[in-house]
Write a protein that binds this ligand. Structure first.
Ligand code: ADP
Ligand code: GLC
Length: 488
């Protein structure tokens, strides 16, 4: 099959969260099965590093988008660890900026231009994808663009679209005025009339209405987003498309996230030989400048510090629990200033128990996954979540709120039945989180002798779970084949 995946993030070129991981790992897996899969993303400033080589595949072109005439070139490179071509839309006026998202108030233009460029690239390369796989609001307009402003081009006659929703919390909703500015006034009849009349236009909503199929990143989230409680205003539209909406759990990249061959770790380890994990824990504590004490478990956090992630519960719970119980916390992440300040103060008040690293570091993320005993993920909502799966693979017991993909990947420890892989709380409140943390401390016990043996059995259950993309890719292929039967 010929598959083009369009995404605003692709690791390692540009990654803000899990979208970047998925946009790299799924194509890598598709390529191993022999599919002609390619990726297209914007050429942000951070993509260009001295060690990466880029080739110009299409020289300067002018894209006419509404009243704008925008100059672009197209570059290419290869996705590391694969032969997958990655194309870059090089438009310095819109993408040569420090961050990936947010600066400048022209997000509607940046990602509209990106999408015009995606289809222009296909034309320039004479590449007709069977499936155009788009992701989140930044690429949500492509389905309707194929039906309107690109409908004349027979090249796309057999192209079908799949929209994967990674996070309904970000919808790319703008004033209806942007329509002519992004060159989509001719598509007006195909858009959500009521919303246009009330003055708004949503990129994600438009994708939901027009994609041939929709997926989201876990079965539970696929159910949740069709309810008013979790639908963020789009539950009605999603219910209307229930027949083509599927929940497919994300996988993890088995090569990148494998404690037996992870170059970032102090010592390798595996389910059969956990000895190296002790060295990883010692190395983490030393790096975080915390004392290493037997019987004191380490809780790790690696996250965007955003409302979604539920750390306001930590604000309520951690200060009190740190006084009463013996445990340590290592936090890696940046985001909302209030949460950054909270973790900074917490580390100041509990200098032997808490370390806060306000950074984005792939290396430290791996070191926390390996060195912690428990991984804390109290998300308010979580479409899938990758870190709890990395934790399972690394023998670090996840502690999660029962929501979205967390509910689909972590089962509560049941000592009597020798079942379960982590700690799960049902109610998103301080009591829920406190209960789960107390439970983790109880099961960890002294961290020695029979307590240790019991803990290791839980670790090994999690480490042996089939979490890799090879176990998931078939579900995507089934959806691809469903919408593009001519290609199957
Ligand atoms: P989300 O996409 O909502 O942020 P996921 O759990 O799906 O949540 O994915 C988050 C990804 O981003 C993981 O690969 C995680 O390791 C990474 N990540 C988040 N914060 C940081 C950070 N501060 N440093 C390094 N990696 C991070
Ligand atoms: C989103 C979600 C996260 C998911 C990731 C990749 O950012 O917040 O739960 O794992 O996308 O699909």
């Amino acid at each position: 099959m010929k598959i083009l995946l369009a995404s605003s993030e692709v690791a390692p070129f540009a990654k803000v969260g899990g979208l970047g991981d998925v946009s790299a790992a799924l194509p890598r897996q598709l390529a191993t099965l022999g599919h002609d899969v390619r990726i297209v993303m914007p050429f942000y400033k951070k993509v260009r590093t001295p060690e990466r080589a880029f080739e110009e595949v299409v020289s300067e072109r002018v894209i006419a988008m509404g009243p704008h005439r925008v100059s672009v070139t197209f570059l290419s490179s290869t996705l590391p660890g694969s032969t997958v071509p990655v194309y870059f839309v090089n438009c310095p006026a819109l993408f040569d900026r420090p961050g990936v998202y947010g600066s400048g108030g022209d997000e509607h233009l940046r990602f509209a231009l990106f999408q015009w460029a995606v289809l222009r690239l296909c034309q320039e390369l004479r590449f007709s994808p069977d499936v155009l796989h788009v992701n989140d609001w930044q690429t949500g307009l492509l389905p309707v663009m194929l039906r309107s402003v690109f409908a004349w081009d027979q090249m796309f006659a057999n192209t079908r679209t799949l929209l994967t929703i990674h996070n309904l919390g970000h919808q790319g909703t703008f004033s209806a005025d942007v329509l002519s500015e992004i060159g989509l006034a001719p598509a007006r009849d195909l858009l959500h009339h009521d919303h246009l009349r009330s003055g708004r236009f949503g990129y994600l909503e438009t994708g939901i209405l027009h994609a041939n199929a929709l997926t989201t990143v876990s079965p539970t989230y696929a159910r949740e987003i069709r309810t008013p409680e979790h639908g963020v205003g789009l539950d009605g539209v999603l219910r209307g498309r229930s027949d083509v909406l599927f929940g497919i759990l994300n996988g993890i990249d088995d090569v990148e996230w494998d404690p037996a061959r992870d170059p970032h770790l102090a010592k390798p380890y595996s389910a059969d030989n956990l000895a190296g994990k002790v060295a990883c824990r010692a190395a983490l504590l030393s790096m975080a400048q915390l004392p290493d004490r037997v019987g004191v478990p380490v809780f790790g956090i690696v996250s965007r510090l955003a409302w979604q992630k539920g750390f306001d519960l930590c604000v309520q719970v951690l200060p009190r629990l740190l006084v009463r119980r013996r445990f340590q916390v290592v936090v890696l992440g940046t985001g909302e200033p209030k949460l950054e300040a909270f973790f900074r103060d917490l580390a100041r008040h509990f200098p032997t128990q808490v370390a806060y690293l306000p950074a984005f570091s792939e290396r430290v993320a791996h070191q926390i996954e390996a060195g912690a005993d428990v991984f804390l993920m109290p998300s308010r909502y979580e479409p899938c979540g990758l870190n709890q799966m990395y934790s399972l693979r690394y023998g670090t017991l996840p502690l999660v709120h029962k929501t979205g993909g967390l509910a689909d990947t972590v089962w509560p420890v049941d000592l009597a039945r020798s079942q379960g892989t982590g700690f799960v709380f049902d109610h998103f409140d301080a009591q829920g989180l406190t209960w789960a943390m107390e439970r983790a401390l109880e099961v960890y016990g002294t961290g020695q002798g029979s307590d240790r043996t019991r803990w290791q059995a839980i670790q090994q259950r999690g480490m042996r779970l089939p979490l890799g993309w090879s176990h998931r890719v078939g579900e995507y292929l089934k959806v691809y084949r469903g919408i593009a039967p001519h290609a199957a």
